[in-house]
Design a protein around this ligand. Structure first.
Ligand code: CA
Length: 147
């Protein structure tokens, strides 16, 4: 299996952010499926069996944490949380719900891609989890998002 075959599911209600993520991921030759709500995300995860999920926490129907818990009932797929919530308690809640990693918005494109690669690598190696990294200093490429 080559990297070109990896499928990433984006669960994010902001169309602008979804577009940026799709562009970034497709630039690395990943295939991308998008979901704009928690309910849709769970359906797409069941349908497509992605290799990795990027999950926003602030979704219109249910909290992203609910998506993560639901996914964990049927798949060990790596979950990368992408959220504007930057409190330590939010990160801990996401990790406890089953997330593997956490990236705060606004995010650095190179860092996000590096964490996607790390998640896919861990998946390929059998799901060994690494501890979440401390917040990294701002990278040169910052994606600015609407509030
Ligand atoms: Ca959101």
């Amino acid at each position: 299996m080559t990297e070109a075959m990896f499928l990433v599911l984006i669960v994010e209600d902001d169309a602008g952010i979804r577009g940026v993520l799709r562009m970034l991921l497709e630039s690395q030759h990943y295939r991308v499926v998008e979901a704009e709500s928690a309910a849709r995300g769970i359906i797409e995860a069941r349908n497509h069996r992605p290799d990795l999920l990027v999950v926003d926490l602030g979704l219109p129907d249910r909290d992203g944490l609910a998506v993560i818990r639901e996914i964990r009932r049927f798949a060990p797929t790596p979950v990368l949380v992408l959220s504007a919530r930057t409190m330590e308690v939010d990160k801990i809640a996401a990790l406890d719900a089953g997330a593997d990693d956490y990236v705060a918005k606004p995010f650095s494109a190179p860092e996000l891609l590096a964490r996607v690669r790390a998640g896919l690598r861990r998946n390929a190696q059998g799901g060994e989890q690494l501890p979440i990294l401390a917040t990294m200093p701002p990278a040169p490429t910052i994606v600015t998002l609407s509030p």
